[in-house]
Design a protein around this ligand. Structure first.
Ligand SMILES: C[S@@+](CC[C@H](N)C(=O)[O-])C[C@H]1O[C@@H](n2cnc3c(N)ncnc32)[C@H](O)[C@@H]1O
Length: 428
């Protein structure tokens, strides 16, 4: 391979989970950001630190794919880490996402996809722009707010097309101080909330630099990640209203809520439909793991009966106290018991369920949690994942315990990006 950093001409033959095109140079795989299968590109090596593969970024497209379009997101075009597939036709991006999911289901999950065809990636409804209800912006030394760069700490002030209309309106005039972050969330009532999060303290920054384990811990809970940082509200009172079906939640502006405006409705329906299609019915005790404020608990209780599922009780587990407080406020007399703690540490103390819904963060549930769930012997598990590789790994582990996938779906939950969301139902 030519010297690190030197430009290469590459033929891109495939697409990798993670959004890069795949090419080869001197017998080595090169993951090329910003390139599509079938393209010939000139690329610059951005990471040459491994012997088995290198990473590169497109400098010039010599032969474009017929699916390449004029980039739709000014922020991404200026280097922000937001809409990494803004240069791809959305329908083709969904096909690439489905292929990447199939690839990891085969390689990591060890699924035989001749027996069980992989899911297509379905749109979540609405346009591929104006879907994101929450975002975080960094405030630069000049007081201007923007997204972080994809490959740098640079702050990109060009607008991103993902946020819902009005979310980013006049962000530079909100009074946030240099060095802080602005956290923004819009409710289903159309009200925007924006707060200034003080810069992390020195110790927190050191903690995050310590490595992957520290980073994973820091990522565990959005609420926990922001908890030690002073929040000063700039717009709204910071308690955001989200409505799903007949219920309304109040979620802190720093808390977790699905990013796509349609996601809670669509995923709730998918969870209940998949259980019904797998023939799961009768009176059950359920676990809602990584349950947040309880959107899936509500789906089971409210929509289950029309599909023959009578949810007598739910144990909801999450680490985020603010999410659990929101759940407690919503469920009132409903038979939902919230448990604060890590799923791995909490499972053993819970009554065995017939149905489990599990919706872990990007890193997935992991082998020991899957082992713990399987040991509790539920009749059915609905597993939700926002990272294709960890979703495939977790499902593969359920298979080791005799659970079989009875149905699965995938959603274009983060349009114009390579990310997808997948849901599967498994029974023993
Ligand atoms: C993808 S969100 C899903 C939330 C909820 N199911 C929803 O759709 O709104 C993941 C949730 O897992 C929680 N979480 C992260 N790590 C956890 C852990 N180890 N144990 C329990 N909950 C965890 C986060 O606080 C967050 O609420």
């Amino acid at each position: 391979m030519s010297r690190p950093g030197g430009p290469l001409t590459l033929e891109v033959t495939a697409y990798a989970n993670g959004g890069a095109g795949i090419a080869r140079s001197d017998g080595r795989v090169v993951f090329v950001d910003g390139a599509l299968p079938g393209e010939r590109v000139r690329a610059r090596i951005t990471d040459d630190s491994r012997s088995s593969y290198a990473k590169a970024a497109v400098e010039e497209v010599l032969t474009p794919s017929e699916h390449r379009v004029v980039p739709r997101c000014p922020a991404a075009a200026a280097g922000a880490g937001c809409c990494d597939l803004a240069f791809v036709e959305p329908a083709y991006a969904r096909r690439l996402g489905a292929d990447a999911l199939a690839d990891v289901l085969r390689r990591i999950g060890r699924f035989d996809l001749d027996e069980l065809p992989p899911p297509d990636v379905e749109p979540l409804g609405g346009a591929s722009t104006g879907w994101r209800i929450r975002t975080r912006l960094a405030v630069g030394r000049d007081g201007r707010a923007g997204l972080r760069g994809r490959r740098s700490a640079e702050i990109v002030t060009e607008p991103c097309v993902a946020p819902v209309a009005g979310l980013l309106e006049q962000v530079d005039g909100l009074g946030a101080r240099p060095g802080t972050e602005i956290v923004l969330m819009a409710g289903t009532d159309g009200v925007r909330h924006a707060g200034e999060l003080a810069a992390p303290r020195e110790g927190d920054v050191r903690g995050r630099r310590r490595g992957d384990a520290a980073r994973r811990r820091a990522q565990r809970s959005r609420g926990a990640r922001s908890a030690h940082r002073e929040l000063r509200m700039l717009v709204g009172d910071g308690s955001v209203t989200h409505r799903v079906g007949d219920r309304s939640w109040r979620i802190p502006v720093t808390g977790f809520w699905q990013a796509h405006r349609n996601a809670p409705e669509v995923y709730s329906a998918a969870v209940v439909d998949l259980l019904a299609e797998a023939g799961v019915a009768g009176t059950v005790h359920a676990w809602d793991l990584y349950g947040g404020a309880g959107v899936f608990s509500a789906a089971l209780i409210d929509a289950g009966p029309s599909r023959g599922l009578d949810v007598a009780s739910v144990d909801l587990v999450d680490t985020d106290p603010s999410a659990l407080a929101a759940a407690d406020a919503v469920f009132g007399a409903d038979p939902v018991t919230t448990h604060r703690g890590g799923v791995a540490e909490t499972l053993a103390g819970l009554r065995s369920p017939q149905v489990v819904v599990s919706d872990p963060p990007r890193a997935g549930a992991g082998l020991s949690v899957v082992d713990g769930v399987a040991a509790a012997g539920p009749e059915a598990v609905v597993h939700v994942g926002c990272d294709a590789a960890s979703f495939a790994r977790d499902l593969g582990r359920y298979a080791v315990h005799g659970y079989r996938v009875r149905g699965w779906r995938a959603f274009d939950a983060f349009p114009l990006t390579h990310h997808i969301e997948a849901v599967a139902v498994l029974t023993r």
